[in-house]
Design a protein around this ligand. Structure first.
Ligand code: AMP
Length: 292
């Protein structure tokens, strides 16, 4: 057990990172808190790969639309900090929104056009602009050598890869596999909002993706056929309102017609008041893209 140092000021975090970099490599795990086993898998990967581990906990207002769940997003800081003690995290960076955005919405933003306007970028306009901006800021504040993200948010990964490339951030982006509940539901901080009925029906996302995965292994390559089948599985559950079912190129997020060269199968749906996303990558990414 080791109590991480909790830092709320940008200046103090920058100073701590500068000192940490003299000790060795710095790994950053950005989160919005309400930590679960998915987050912990990223933290373990960072702990294994880096000398100093920084976890940020910040519910980023700029990535939420005006009618989205910013206020309702779960905030469980005390429980999060307890969990992090067990993971030998060195620093937890938990700034206030006013510290991160002194100019409010009138400040400088990072836009990743094209990629940032696809998948969740369509149903959540401005979402990836907020994500790219906060992650760029966190990179400047913590100067990580490696930054860890989950495959669960596949479109986010594509946006951030493009940002790291285009803005020459000197760091390695590490993508870790999606951690699931025993029945297959992808872990998410929002799962706690599901009623028991909704929880049962939320399995439609994983079921649709697993079936599509099996169909590809049985030789189906045509994405229209795969999409139709996934859509039918989603429609079987009355509480599930599908937002998108897409088969796209994993880096550009553009639709593809055939999955032979690999593909990202991605789904978003609303179940009651909760929005869930899930995806699978076909075939799996190359070894050096993945953490162990
Ligand atoms: P969030 O707190 O939801 O913003 O997520 C913080 C990081 O944890 C992001 O890189 C997510 O992709 C990752 N993450 C969230 N859920 C999972 C999961 N079930 N498996 C793996 N990574 C996840």
């Amino acid at each position: 057990m080791n109590t991480p140092e909790f830092i709320t000021s940008i200046a103090a975090m920058q100073e701590a990172s500068k000192l940490a970099k003299k000790e060795g490599t710095v790994g950053l795990v950005p989160t919005m808190g309400a930590l679960h086993a998915g987050h912990i898998s990223l933290i373990k990967a960072a702990r294994a790969a880096c000398d100093v581990v920084v976890v940020s906990i910040f519910v980023n207002p700029t990535q939420f639309g005006p009618n989205e769940d910013y206020e309702r997003y779960p905030r469980t800081l005390d429980a999060d900090l307890k969990l992090l003690e067990q993971e030998r995290v060195d620093f937890v960076f938990g700034p206030e929104a006013s510290e991160m955005y002194p100019a409010g919405n009138g400040g400088t933003f990072v836009d990743v056009p094209g990629i940032g306007d696809r998948l969740d970028g369509i149903s959540r306009p401005g979402h990836f602009r907020g994500v790219a901006t906060v992650v760029a800021k966190l990179f400047h504040i913590t100067s990580p050598d490696m930054a860890f993200f989950g495959q669960k948010d596949a479109a986010q990964v594509a946006v951030l890869r493009a940002m790291v490339r285009d803005l020459n951030f000197p760091l390695q982006l590490v993508v870790c596999p999606t951690v699931r509940e025993p029945d297959g539901l992808a872990m998410s901080s929002r799962n706690r909002h599901l009623t028991s009925n909704e929880r049962t029906q939320s399995l439609a996302l994983y079921r649709a993706l697993s079936q599509a995965h099996d169909e590809v292994h049985r030789g189906i390559r045509d994405t229209r056929e795969l999409r139709n089948r996934m859509m039918r599985t989603m429609q079987n559950e009355p509480l599930v309102r599908t937002e998108y079912v897409e088969v796209v190129h994993p880096e550009t997020l553009l639709p593809i017609e055939d999955v032979s060269e690999g593909a990202l199968l991605a789904i978003a749906a609303r179940i009651g008041g909760t929005r869930l996303i899930d995806n699978i990558l076909l075939p799996p990414p190359t070894r050096n893209d993945l953490c162990e």
